[in-house]
Design a protein around this ligand. Sequence first.
Ligand SMILES: Cc1cc2nc3c(=O)[nH]c(=O)nc-3n(C[C@H](O)[C@H](O)[C@H](O)COP(=O)(O)OP(=O)(O)OC[C@H]3O[C@@H](n4cnc5c(N)ncnc54)[C@H](O)[C@@H]3O)c2cc1C
Length: 396
Amino acid sequence: MIDFSLSEELSALRDRYETFIRDVIIPLERDPRQGPHGPEEALRLEMVQEARAAKLLSPHGPREWGGLGLDHRGMAVVFEAAGWSPLGPLAVNIQAPDEGNTNLLNQVATPAQKERWLGPLVRGEIRTVFSMTEPDGGAGSDPTLLKTTARRVGDEFIINGRKWLITGAPGAALNIVMARTEDASGHDLGATMLLVDMDAPGFSIKRILNTMDSNSPGGHAEVEFHDVRVGRDRVLGEVGKGFRYAQIRLAPARLTHCMRWLGAARRSHAIALEYARHRQAFGRAIGEHQGVGFMIADNETDINLCRLAIWHAAWMLDQGEQARQETSMYKVYCSEALGRVVDRSLQILGGMGMTDDTVVERIYRDIRAFRIYDGPSEVHRFAIARAALGRDPSAR
Ligand SMILES: Cc1cc2nc3c(=O)[nH]c(=O)nc-3n(C[C@H](O)[C@H](O)[C@H](O)COP(=O)(O)OP(=O)(O)OC[C@H]3O[C@@H](n4cnc5c(N)ncnc54)[C@H](O)[C@@H]3O)c2cc1C
């Protein structure tokens, strides 16, 4: 049976995260070291130092590398607390793609690879990127369209191709690259993940894309690999198993997005509630009008159902189950429901909702991409429907 109770230890830890976000991080939300392509590295390092001093850095990171080693239910609680501020996840080192990359490296990397990258990543010293998506008809919703190649020649792989929408590329130290591996004669060896230094000869950042969101340091880039050479020691796991490792990364990563965005949606709702209690129109507080009251009720419902869904999937992952279907369904549900919460909150704020006088405007711009990355809603629905159609109709 699913246990919804929080241990005293976890409640106390949640309180410490909430206090840290309120007292240390929210005052930095208007720090000028932020622009359309996200917070600058100096701001990130300053916040990480604060989180380190408060012993709140890397709640997801393995203990042996300096993290708090929380299980998925523990992560659900503290990620939600950190998500209350758009800067919170970055401050405590649980921002995407670093958080998912930590999990991937922890599960698949060799001891030497962990020493080199996982330790510094968990300690917040470096940032990493994950390069899957490609422009010009390559990998996107359908990852099998992967065009980037890594040709094995002797003891090396030579990588060629382009990627785009690569979050956090400028300033990162490590690039986890998905490529179609071939032997010297061009024979397909399957997709492989390769660990590439960001300063490797032949690698370049072609442009930083101008996107709606602005919460990722470095923004989102288009990058090119031109005869980039890496040794065998840079293969993550085994050659040809890239898609399997992508699933190891993606299922929990979908859920952690839900956890962080739950905190952000709750913050928007709290700001809207405060406004609805006091703003007068037509002789009463606007919250007393049924039209606004229904929006408040729908926000409450969406927030609580998302929390239940997250807890269920976190519990399954903690039991050692893969929860692929659940994380897929809950990612669709939470990305849409939490997007609606932020949208209604903005509507309740009237014209002020469109301004940056509150953080709701920023959250509204940032959360939109959640319905697209880590699989657009339609692709998850496509997979869920396909699984349902292939099942015995009487099965539960
Ligand atoms: C802010 C942001 C950050 C990102 N960061 C990264 C990153 O760090 N690394 C990385 O590799 N990628 C990243 N991405 C890319 C993201 O993973 C892709 O955008 C996503 O996988 C969709 O691929 P696509 O953009 O090529 O869409 P397309 O494949 O062109 O699909 C377009 C649309 O077609 C529809 N569609 C596709 N297939 C189906 C189907 N079977 N049934 C019904 N409808 C369908 C969907 O509505 C979909 O939105 C990021 C994207 C965003 C927006």
